[in-house]
Design a protein. Structure first.
Length: 340
């Protein structure tokens, strides 16, 4: 098959019998061109299947484009693609387009992906920070590109951020288990070093401390090896002589691991509350700390649009609400178990 070359602005000008500048003006400031000329140019463009390139036009002017970049983690994580959907809906309603790139949740991929996107003169960059340091974006911020951190604040960078009520969500989940009589409550997360987990772990510990339980380390399983399933961590915890009667999982992947372990052990007595809702959680009767990822994405997009309109305004740090959804697993009473 022979591939046909795309038509250029000059090709349209020749077919319409006008100058290249006139064609350009039709696609940028149509009101300045005579109606009959506009019709002739658009007819020629349609015949040639010509598509104007707004990116190239803005690059020639030295200004930003109407394209917003979003850097996220894994494509197979429902949180990320629902978040992207919320961002896209809000941006589209305001005439912006979205380009998405992924880092696979690896720090080394973040700067490389950001550099590639910023080469397109983005109107703004939204990202879920993974690396320990985002100071490499400071120069771009000084050039006027708004940077919006989602889910986790940026580090060593002045940037707007929007996160979840991580501490409050887990504090409330732990408190509900305590109110039902649980005193041995486990917490499992992987990865453990990111901001979200640090806040959730703090909420868990604060709730236990409020009930006089100061040392929870024996019931915590915190890991950073994403290649290792959390199942082993959960099984190890439940094998203890003083195994917890309830567990809280730090994200949806760990929750699924906990469900596998409990199923394999035919364990229907250990209470379970997971952070993050997921598609089959209602069918499985899993209690969760929930939130609205679409609303989070829309709010992040709104923050970016507002920052583009007011580059010099005060930096904003926003939190989105979380709530408990009770479906059964989190409402189990503490089971009688042998303690050490």
């Amino acid at each position: 098959m022979n591939v046909q070359q795309r038509a250029t602005l000059e090709d349209v000008a020749r077919l319409a019998g006008v100058s290249s500048k006139t064609v350009s003006r039709v696609f940028t400031h149509r009101d300045l061109v005579a109606p009959e000329t506009v019709e002739r140019v658009l007819t020629a463009a349609k015949r040639l299947r010509f598509r104007p390139n707004p990116l190239a036009r803005n690059l020639r002017r030295g200004g930003p484009t109407d394209t917003i970049g979003f850097i996220m983690g894994e494509l197979n994580n429902p949180f990320y693609y629902k978040l992207a959907a919320g961002i896209e809906r809000e941006l589209s309603a305001h005439g912006f387009s979205l380009v998405v790139a992924t880092t696979d949740d690896t720090p080394e991929g973040e700067e490389r992906v950001a550099d590639a996107l910023l080469g397109q003169r983005l109107g703004a960059l939204l990202l879920i920070p993974v690396a320990e340091d985002q100071s490499y974006l400071e120069g771009e911020r000084h050039l006027g590109t708004p940077i919006i951190a989602i889910d986790r604040p940026a580090r060593n960078l002045v940037a707007d951020s929007i996160v979840l009520e991580n501490h409050r969500g887990v504090f409330e989940a732990t408190t509900r288990l305590l109110e039902r009589g649980h005193r041995r409550i486990g917490y499992i997360c992987n990865p453990a070093s990111v901001y979200t987990q640090a806040e959730r772990l703090r909420g868990y510990r604060d709730a236990l401390a409020a009930y006089g339980i100061a040392d929870s380390s024996r019931w915590e399983r915190l890991a950073d090896d994403l290649t290792r399933p959390a199942d082993g961590l959960i099984a190890d915890l439940l094998d203890r002589a003083d195994a917890p009667t309830a567990i809280i999982t730090g994200n949806n992947r760990v929750t699924v691991g906990a469900l596998r372990v409990l199923r394999d052990r035919d364990d229907d007595s250990t209470a379970l509350i997971g952070f993050d809702d997921f598609d089959t959680a209602d069918v499985l009767g899993v209690s969760v700390v929930s939130y609205d990822p679409l609303a989070l994405g829309k709010a992040a997009a709104t923050l970016a649009i507002e920052r583009m309109q007011d580059p010099a305004g005060f930096t904003r740090q926003l939190e989105m609400p979380t709530w408990i959804v009770e479906r059964g697993t989190g409402e189990r009473p503490p089971a009688e178990r042998t303690t050490a």
